[in-house]
Write a protein that binds this ligand. Structure first.
Ligand SMILES: [Zn+2]
Length: 185
């Protein structure tokens, strides 16, 4: 189950700048199916054979607005190592607390909705504590994330406010060092 490439909203579409609404709980069947399809999309996108054949761009996360639905739903799938996978399909995530320390990806970020390269550092909180509704297991969860998964979730949550990763890049000096930040290779 995945979205066709022409179903993914691009940043040339004004919809990508819209705000997403919270979903009502318990999750409706429609919202649950959307969350599961989004998660499946991200998984499929990481399968070389499927992604090539179906022309799906590889991704680690997706927000509902990217498939044209203005609801606070996110799916994330990250293979951290051979036996550790971070798999999330969540609704209404809220950051309860975060570190003062920042982090960023050394190579910058990318996005399914952004075709062009936007080089530069994107500062994110290094550690976040998030309350969310787990759409897979149907209950509320508290997530404590750090490093790469924390960056991915913050990127996806930005989509709820119509914010794109390149909005955070220092326009004058995109590669300006960020003080005390953890660099992720
Ligand atoms: Zn994105």
């Amino acid at each position: 189950m995945f979205f066709k490439s022409n179903e993914i909203i691009q940043d040339t579409d004004a919809l990508i700048r819209e705000h997403s609404e919270k979903v009502s709980l318990p999750l409706s069947q429609e919202d649950k199916e959307l969350a599961m399809k989004m998660l499946s999309h991200v998984k499929c996108s990481q399968d070389e054979e499927i992604s090539e054949k179906e022309d799906i761009r590889p991704a680690v996360g997706i927000a509902a607005v990217q498939v044209g639905v203005l609801k606070q739903i996110i799916a994330i799938y990250i293979q951290m190592s051979e036996d550790e996978v971070i798999e999330l399909a969540i609704a209404n995530p809220k950051i309860l607390s975060h570190s003062v320390q920042m982090t960023y990806l050394k190579g910058g970020e990318g996005c399914l909705s952004v075709e062009e390269d936007h080089p530069g550092y994107v500062p994110r909180y290094a550690r976040i504590k998030v309350k969310a509704y787990d759409c897979i297991h149907d209950h509320e969860v508290i997530l404590r994330l750090e490093g790469y998964p924390a960056i991915v979730l913050q990127h996806e949550m930005d989509h709820f406010k119509g914010v794109l990763f390149y909005d955070h890049i220092n326009a004058v000096n995109p590669w300006e060092p960020i003080e005390d930040a953890i660099v992720i290779e």
